[in-house]
Design a protein around this ligand. Structure first.
Ligand SMILES: NC(=O)c1ccc[n+]([C@@H]2O[C@H](COP(=O)([O-])OP(=O)(O)OC[C@H]3O[C@@H](n4cnc5c(N)ncnc54)[C@H](OP(=O)(O)O)[C@@H]3O)[C@@H](O)[C@H]2O)c1
Length: 337
């Protein structure tokens, strides 16, 4: 018998990708329900090539009989509706930031800490990490196991899709307006995103870091190892899909680049593309729609003890969000529910 699955936020960037991936991976679902706000009631959502679903109103939906909820409607909405779904008996796999640091909610990247799924029973909720954290910890895991990571310094280059569908539209309209000599004021971003880069994602914290940067620090500790120190600078760039990260690590013991590449290539979910020639590395544009975490530019950093640098790229809507959530669901049905 298959599962009954509800996708919350089904009209959004992440929700649409979830429906696509559920269909692609033949997730054993007997029934899939698409939910969004009252604004979208009656709209159509594609369930891969399999069927078209009519979007229903989350606020009026009764979760009784639903086994798994894949949720991405924003933090405030999840705060209200995820516990309601869990109370009705569903396991909620939530993509928003709201539940990630709750001690009773596991924060899971299956390639890194699948065993943490077992802790879902407290609240009936499993959190999906932030997109920039997911791709980083997948690449860091084999390095940490082999040589112990003491400190990470990361700079991100994050696409507009990470801020939702309206943010992508803003990049399109500002780009168009540039060519007809008009200026469109920013709405979703703090400054113009077209032909620009913005060193702020989410709000500022007291210590001067942004909340996106804090998420990378706190989530890496929760998923991989609380002893790892992380310093992040998160930057929005004018691309549509795919986040890139320049990552520098300081290790407990030396790890040369040949061995690092070998470990990375053998790690689940990681693909190494690292030729020292023009174009011998991966960029966001060429991996859009793919599932892996791609690693390029692996090299020793001789300016610190046991230093290593690498370039890590992944599709933020897939591994950074929808795919990771569905991989959690796949693990869940293997033995936890
Ligand atoms: N994009 C990423 O890379 C990424 C990665 C990890 C996590 N996330 C998180 O996932 C969430 C969604 O991101 P997104 O990029 O998919 O955003 P999005 O494209 O703006 O979509 C938001 C979705 O939430 C729905 N929604 C908004 N308010 C609602 C309400 N009151 N009741 C029910 N549904 C409501 C929207 O429905 P309507 O169309 O009806 O408004 C839409 O389906 C965010 O919390 C985000 O932080 C995103």
């Amino acid at each position: 018998m298959g599962y009954r699955v509800a996708v919350v936020g089904a009209t959004g960037n992440v929700g649409r990708e979830m429906l696509q991936i559920l269909a692609e991976r033949n997730f054993p679902a007997d029934d899939v329900v698409a939910l969004a706000s009252a604004r979208s009631v009656g709209a159509q959502a594609s369930f891969g090539d399999k069927s078209i679903l009519k979007v229903q109103d989350l606020a009026k939906f009764d979760f009784k009989g639903i086994d798994i909820v894949l949720s991405s409607p924003g933090a405030k909405v999840s705060a209200e509706h995820s516990p309601r779904a869990a109370k009705a008996g569903a396991v909620v796999i939530d993509n928003t930031s709201f539940w990630r640091m709750d001690p009773d909610v596991p924060l899971v990247v299956p390639e890194v800490n699948a065993q943490a799924i077992a802790g879902y029973k407290g609240r009936g909720i499993i959190a999906n990490p932030n997109c920039s954290t997911i791709q980083m910890v997948v690449a860091l895991k084999p390095i940490h196991e082999a040589a112990g990571i003491k400190r990470v310094v990361v700079s991100t280059y994050q696409s507009t899709s990470g801020a939702g569908k309206e943010a992508m539209d803003e990049l399109v309209s500002q780009t168009k307006s540039f060519f007809v000599n008009q200026t469109l004021d920013p709405v979703k971003f703090t400054k113009n995103i077209a032909f620009n880069v913005i060193p702020q994602i989410d709000v500022f914290m007291e210590d001067g870091s942004t909340k996106e940067e804090w998420k990378m620090v706190a989530e890496t500790k929760k998923i991989l190892d609380p002893k790892i120190k992380v310093h992040a600078t998160c930057v929005r760039v004018p691309t549509f899909i795919g986040h890139a990260e320049a990552i520098n690590v300081e290790l407990d013991k030396p790890l040369d680049e040949v061995e690092a590449r070998r470990l990375l290539a053998a790690a689940p979910g990681v693909l190494v593309v690292d030729r020292r020639e023009p174009g011998g590395y991966v960029t966001p544009k060429e991996i859009t729609g793919q599932d892996g975490v791609f690693v390029s530019r692996v090299r020793v950093d001789p300016t610190v003890d046991n230093g290593l640098s690498m370039w890590v790229v992944s599709d933020n809507l897939r591994k950074g969000a929808a795919l990771n959530a569905i991989q959690i669901a796949e693990e869940l049905i293997k033995g936890y529910i």
